[in-house]
Design a protein around this ligand. Structure first.
Ligand code: C2E
Ligand code: MG
Ligand code: MG
Ligand code: MG
Length: 276
């Protein structure tokens, strides 16, 4: 349990027992999730509102365990703790690259894959990426890797050198949930990145403060010649505000919910017909 020192007594409460049992069930389930084909990817478009075109598509992991849908927000942290994340992450990367290599959309959208800090720091990670690109035939510049800034805090030097190797392959690096980590801005001076994803929490009420933070983030992105993406756009009002603030790349339920690969063709056709 969290924050327990050596020798601390724990009252083994029913709630704690349930939490333990729950984690155990997820850990066991994940052992077989790949073999039993319970894992799949959902894809959510990211569009360029300047050209009204499809720019990238984020891969989001889905787990249908027996009759239950378990959220990645719930099982990813457990997969990280149990050491299962490297194996799952490699599966995600290979599947996403395979699917993306088959997308026949004229704007050649990139596929954006979430990467856990444990994967990033793993010694085999670079080779896993190289293999995924080679096996799928996807060009490196059509792969975006999303990482969260908190990884730079601990293991900063290792993370940095891994990111440098990834950037040298021609892959674009995206900072996910920007501004929510407890990081300091000076990490940006040393880390390689091409894309900043502004977290949905900065669109809460679109107050003056929210707008100031979004504008400042846009400025930072511009100065570093990085793209600014706003995630979690749900309403036309939010979209208009973000456009006014100069944010060019947009993702959210307003445009599309995450969907199976098989539904992307229809979505792209409809989006194209509406905008051209
Ligand atoms: P994230 O990468 O920041 O992804 C954005 C989350 O917001 C996704 O939740 C997405 O479905 C959801 N979302 C998208 N548009 C909207 C919107 O307009 N409104 C709202 N309220 N939500 C929106 P999801 O799919 O449940 O994923 C949660 C988190 O789990 C992700 O956050 C990411 O950190 C993690 N995750 C998902 N797939 C993977 C994966 O393959 N590997 C790793 N390491 N992490 C993953
Ligand atoms: Mg993401
Ligand atoms: Mg995010
Ligand atoms: Mg997140």
């Amino acid at each position: 349990h969290k924050n327990l020192g050596k020798g601390d007594a724990i009252a083994f409460s029913p709630a704690l027992f349930e939490e333990f049992q729950h984690d155990q069930i997820i850990r066991d389930g994940l052992k077989h999730a790949m073999a039993t084909k319970e894992l799949s990817l959902a894809y959510q478009p990211i569009v360029d509102v300047q050209t009204n075109s499809l720019w990238a598509i984020e891969a989001l992991l889905r787990w249908q365990h027996k009759d239950q849908f378990i959220s990645p927000a719930e099982f990813i942290p457990i997969a990280e703790k149990s050491g299962r994340i490297n194996q799952i992450g490699a599966w995600v990367l290979n599947k996403a690259c395979e699917d993306a290599a088959q997308w026949a959309y004229p704007t050649k959208p990139a596929v954006s894959v979430n990467v856990s800090s444990i994967q990033l720091l793993d010694a085999n990670f670079i080779q896993i990426i190289i293999d995924a690109l080679r096996n799928s035939g996807l060009p490196a510049e059509r792969l975006h890797l999303e990482i969260t800034e908190s990884v730079m805090l601990e293991n900063g030097e290792l993370a940095q050198s891994q990111l440098k190797k990834i950037a040298d392959l021609g892959i674009h690096i995206s900072i996910d949930d920007f501004g929510t980590g407890f990081s300091s801005l000076n990490q940006l001076q040393t880390m390689s990145f091409d894309i900043i994803k502004i977290d949905r929490s900065f669109l809460q009420d679109l107050s003056k403060r929210d707008k100031t933070i979004i504008s400042a983030t846009k400025l930072i992105a511009d100065e570093f010649e990085a793209c600014a993406v706003a995630e979690g756009i749900e309403t036309e009002t939010e979209l208009e505000v973000l456009k006014d603030l100069g944010i060019r790349y947009i993702q959210g339920y307003l445009l599309a919910r995450p969907m199976p690969n098989s539904e992307l063709d229809d979505w792209v056709n409809k989006y194209h017909n509406k905008n051209n």
